[in-house]
Design a protein around this ligand. Sequence first.
Ligand SMILES: Cc1cc2nc3c(=O)[nH]c(=O)nc-3n(C[C@H](O)[C@H](O)[C@H](O)COP(=O)(O)OP(=O)(O)OC[C@H]3O[C@@H](n4cnc5c(N)ncnc54)[C@H](O)[C@@H]3O)c2cc1C
Length: 437
Amino acid sequence: MKVSIVGAGLAGCEAALQAAGLGIEVDLYEMRPAKMTPAHTTGLPAELVCSNSLRSDLPHNAPGLLKEELRRCGSFLMKAADNCRIPAGGALAVDREEFSRTVQKMLCRQKLITVKKEEVTEIPQGKVIIAAGPLASGSLADSISELTGSGSLYFYDAIAPVVDFESINMDRAFFQNRYETDGDADYLNCPFTEEEYYNFVRELKLGNRVSTRDFEKEIHFQGCMPVEAIADSGDMSLAFGPMKPVGLIDPKTGIRSFAVVQLRMENKAGTAWNLVGFQTKLTYPEQKRIFRMIPGLENAEFVRLGSMHRNTFINSPALLDCRMRLRTDERIMFAGQITGVEGYIESIASGYLAGILVAGTDTLPSADTAIGAILRYPTAAVTDNYQPSNINYGLFPPLKKKPRGGRRARREAQADRALMSLEKWLESQVFLFSKYT
Ligand SMILES: Cc1cc2nc3c(=O)[nH]c(=O)nc-3n(C[C@H](O)[C@H](O)[C@H](O)COP(=O)(O)OP(=O)(O)OC[C@H]3O[C@@H](n4cnc5c(N)ncnc54)[C@H](O)[C@@H]3O)c2cc1C
């Protein structure tokens, strides 16, 4: 069997190495360096476009757990990352050039992989994995759009921060929908006094922001305003915009607050909540500092921070089956950030899954593993506003029994459960994995 993989990024390289390792012939297409993306700067495979950190490597948090699972599964890029590790405390940071060169050597050594340095403009015939990333070239994006139908391909994202429900101070926040004081409420509200509001707006205006790259300018043009840009336009703009308090009465005071930040459930389990309308370009440390000024979020734990950048991704839950194949054409699979998994390590995991699925894995990793969460988020998320997500415990099923000892004990229990399930799954795959070359 032969598969064409479009994109020698993180997902494409891992998928190619896994599939080839399991005996599948691979044509791996990469358009760089002849045609560059707005963020990549080299012609090397698996380039890390921004930070050189693959985030936390601590086993009880979600990114750390995903890495541990990838190691146990025999991920090639994880091995490359471990080999190119540089000191970064509890995080896994790598020498980015050495990392890419290590992956390049792995690709060269694998005889079943042929790297084709060309831009793919039409979806190739035969089995295909599209792993062209968030900056997929325009003509390929057009072909995907044609194939999947209009409205299925998004070209940028504006992600608002997501908070762990357990960290919200419910002495300040309250459940209520606008203009409804009874019945089940879908929104959590964080009410501001006038003084708290003006202090918050002042810090938003002063907060450090991520600098804009040229290709990002279109985002503002398309009217997707970061919260700090709304604050810049006038001190009361937010109070008349995403923070308007109309139709909301704080049950603790019986009055309408000066302004309100609303949070909406992010997952079915209700463990993660999204700050509505709070897309932002503040730096990560500034988001934590400033958003913790929101009454009720003083001790907020962020399961995801906000960001805005061009991001080509398909509406995966509507388009893909549980094996990452297009429902309307099973020969075409998608992998990596283009499916709506967000981040380096998540894209490697998605590539790993695509590689073993195309090679014939029949049993899927269970939903309580981090790899299972990466498979299920894009293929089974229930939402009418699908947005990219990185790995977080909000994507896992809740524990049946909560252990004593607070958040840390819960995370450890979730990580233990995940690793046990993963081991069982790996045992069930022994026959397939015995084929590794
Ligand atoms: C500006 C920016 C900054 C980011 N910063 C971070 C960060 O700090 N940390 C983090 O975890 N994540 C970050 N991300 C997300 C990051 O892109 C993904 O995490 C990861 O690189 C996605 O992996 P991928 O394999 O899906 O795509 P990529 O790694 O982007 O790989 C896709 C590959 O496909 C190639 N390609 C595209 N179109 C074609 C075509 N038509 N024909 C042939 N080849 C093609 C591209 O050249 C590229 O090599 C950032 C994303 C962007 C856009």
